[in-house]
Design a protein around this ligand. Structure first.
Ligand code: THU
Length: 133
């Protein structure tokens, strides 16, 4: 199952809009409903409005009514080069994951051929969560 999510993330990456960094990222988010949501990074000339692939996938899913999530696969790297083994979600995306996911949410990183499965708690320890409020 994780391998398929990685392959779907590779497919999502093909749509990345990255004229400024040429660093293309794809994500495949698996909801508890069983539905998958694809996301890519979408850059902007003003830089700050850039949206990461992970958040694109989350916001698509949330806006479709999804609220429970199992896992997300993320792949990335420079356009025209092999996928990076080190494309990990930025801090903002980790915080967005915390808003909608439990600590055992799975984050799959690496490449379809060589990936590791982390929990959200592993990649975002000591987090500020909605439980505080
Ligand atoms: N980026 C993502 O989409 N997700 C990540 O996990 C890391 C970074 C994007 C943002 C920007 O468009 C480009 O990669 C370079 O930072």
């Amino acid at each position: 199952m994780y391998k398929q999510l990685m392959l779907d993330a590779v497919m999502a990456r093909e749509k990345a809009y990255t004229p400024y960094s040429n660093y293309k990222v794809g994500a495949c988010l698996l909801a508890k409903s069983g539905k998958k949501y694809l996301g890519c990074n979408v850059e902007n000339a003003a830089y700050t409005p850039t949206n990461c692939a992970e958040r694109t996938a989350f916001f698509k899913a949330i806006s479709e009514g999804e609220r429970g999530f199992e896992a997300i696969a993320v792949v990335g790297g420079k356009d025209g080069e092999p996928l990076s083994p080190n494309c990990t979600p930025c801090g903002v995306c980790r915080q967005v994951m915390l808003e909608f996911c439990t600590k055992d949410f799975k984050v799959i990183l690496g490449t379809p051929e060589d990936f590791k499965v982390y929990t959200l708690e592993q990649i975002m320890p000591y987090a500020f969560t909605p439980a505080e409020l």
